[in-house]
Ligand binder design. Structure first.
Ligand code: NAP
Length: 244
């Protein structure tokens, strides 16, 4: 990225933005006039996605960011600080899943692997970006959760529910992070919410789902662009609050 001083338009960082819902979220934020930082762990995939968005006329830049690698997290925060001095929107989107999980067979190694990205990665990125988000006039953080995170749904043992032990509990932990950050910053302009994009056919979902990537991203963008009187510390889909 090249050096600038005071930004003239909002800046948004999307983690895991080289494909899927993350890339589409970056696209929709870009169309709203934001500078979008396409966070990706792989240079080639990240550059390609950012180039694709630039070819659509958007202000998109690749930012190397592996959420499990503190050095890249620190470097990304330093670059944003140097180039923009603030961050208006953080979308914690990057995540992984092990789709064949059976609860009693999930190993500690699998759980650690998934938590490293889906939970610890979010903590690392959020903490690194918080000073930049607080420097913005109205910082917004959106955590990509899932309906599978819902404890209320899991607690209904008679209803069908896909029990992916490590993934579902990692997203429940993510929802808990949302609440605790929201409590800490409740008296500030910063808003932090969780969102479920619905079932969207992507690599992560094994290309299963009844919603388009555009529909999934739209809900994320709505929470990323909340007005000052909008909610914080909530869990939403596109029709409103979702049971925790
Ligand atoms: P996806 O297409 O598989 O995209 C996942 C993204 O995360 C990819 O860009 C991937 O990068 C990136 N990523 C994984 N580990 C990373 C790491 N350590 N550092 C940086 N980036 C990393 O999946 P998606 O469906 O769009 O998922 C986006 C979010 O929506 C996830 O949080 C997911 O849990 C949530 N969600 C999705 C659905 C659904 O139906 N699709 C439903 C509910 C919730 P690489 O290309 O390098 O692997």
């Amino acid at each position: 990225m090249t050096s600038t001083t005071a930004p003239t338009k909002p800046t948004a960082l999307v983690t895991g933005a080289n494909k899927g819902i993350g890339r589409e979220t970056a696209r929709q934020l870009g169309r709203l006039g934001m500078t979008v930082l396409v966070g990706a762990r792989d240079d080639e995939r990240g550059e390609r996605a950012a180039r694709e968005l630039r070819e659509e006329g958007l202000d998109a830049r690749f930012l190397r960011l592996d959420v499990t690698r503190q050095d890249t997290v620190d470097q990304a925060a330093a670059e944003i600080g140097r180039d923009f001095g603030q961050l208006d929107v953080l979308i914690n989107n990057a995540a992984i899943v092990e789709s064949g999980e059976v609860p009693s067979e999930t190993t500690v190694a699998t759980a650690e692997h998934i938590y490293r990205t889906n939970v610890f990665g979010v903590i690392a990125v959020t903490h690194a970006m918080l000073p930049l988000l607080r420097a913005a006039e109205a910082g917004r953080v959106v955590n990509l959760s899932s309906r599978l995170a819902s404890l209320r749904k899991a607690a209904d043992l008679d209803a069908p529910h896909r029990s992916l032990l490590a993934y579902n509990s990692s997203k429940a932990a993510l929802n808990s992070l949302t609440l605790h950050y929201a409590r800490e910053f409740a008296d500030t302009p910063l808003k932090i919410n969780s969102v479920t994009p619905g079932a969207v056919p992507t690599d992560l979902s094994g290309h299963q789902g009844n919603r388009t990537v555009e529909e999934g991203a739209r809900t994320v963008v709505r929470l990323a662009t909340l007005a000052a009187d909008g909610p914080t510390g909530g869990f939403f889909d596109d029709s409103g609050p979702v049971a925790w």
